[in-house]
Design a protein around this ligand. Structure first.
Ligand SMILES: [Zn+2]
Length: 278
């Protein structure tokens, strides 16, 4: 379960609410709107986790501009991401999730080369911390997002060529891009080491930013039967991370309960059919 659901709260409160809701394994969301900042002490965060007897499976790195930034800003962004990797390691995560950055189709600025260089440098830093670095497929909000297609991610992973680099597949992001999440997952497998599960109502061309609704699985239009069938058929054995967000029409506790119930029902259905998942 991701702390994203409680992103409006301080991290200590978010972790407490998740623990109170029966969650034992968490991914810490250190991204935009975050309740975690890179200048915070990793040991303090570790203490928050240990006190609540939580296991941290992954750490979502903050969103940083590592492609089109000027040289000093680029180095600062990389430094903050490396601090994030140290925190991920301190709290016992086995992987860190990275948003790769901005569209790099315009090669005049050497943007593509810079992205490869940045991810390679972060992969080396992740390796020193015994972490996998997972690139997430992103929603295509305007022209400025890199990694919205499977092909882009695959070519970047190939160019960086580090055994530490894999993919975090986000079901909701695939859906808002108008892709079939099951087909996208098949394209990216076996590089996928973690999956973010959330639902939405598909692309909203008039307001793309509102399309990534982060609903509980089953509360949008994603075909979860097909998606879980695909997981079973592929023999997926990586992390499954529920990543719903706070909703206006129900409490976070209801969103949490609905998310867990949805995944459990698909799990049971697969088990009845003899498919072992995880
Ligand atoms: Zn995600």
């Amino acid at each position: 379960m991701s702390t994203y659901l409680y992103n409006h709260l301080p991290l200590s409160a978010a972790l407490s609410r998740l623990a109170a809701g029966g969650v034992s394994r968490v991914e810490i969301f250190g991204g935009e709107y975050t309740h975690w900042r890179p200048d915070e002490d990793p040991e303090q965060l570790r203490a928050l986790v240990v006190e609540r007897r939580l296991q941290v499976t992954g750490f979502h790195l903050p969103k940083e501009e590592i492609v089109l930034a000027s040289e000093p800003k680029y180095r600062d962004a990389l430094d903050r991401l490396k601090r994030g990797l140290r925190v991920a390691s301190a709290v016992g995560a086995s992987s860190a999730v990275l948003h790769a950055g901005y569209e790099v189709a315009d090669s005049r600025y050497g943007a593509r080369e810079r992205l490869v260089e940045a991810v390679a440098e972060l992969a080396a830093a992740a390796d020193r911390e015994h972490l996998d670095l997972l690139l997430e497929n992103l929603p295509r909000f305007g022209p400025a997002v890199f990694g919205h297609s499977a092909d882009e991610l695959l070519s970047l992973v190939e160019q960086v060529a580090s055994p530490r680099v894999g993919i975090c597949f986000d079901t909701g992001h695939a859906l808002v891009n108008g892709h079939d999440p099951s087909e996208s997952l098949k394209r990216l497998f076996p590089l996928v080491k973690s999956i973010h599960l959330s639902d939405n109502h598909g692309p909203k061309p008039d307001n793309p930013f509102a399309s990534d609704e982060h609903l509980a699985p089953g509360d949008g239009v994603l075909d979860w039967d097909a998606f879980f069938e695909t997981l079973g058929a592929l023999g997926y054995s990586g992390e499954l991370v529920l990543e719903p967000g706070a909703q206006a029409n129900m409490s976070e506790e209801v969103v949490l309960a609905r998310s867990i119930a949805a995944v459990e029902s698909h799990w049971r259905r697969l088990a009845r059919k003899g498919t072992r998942l995880l």
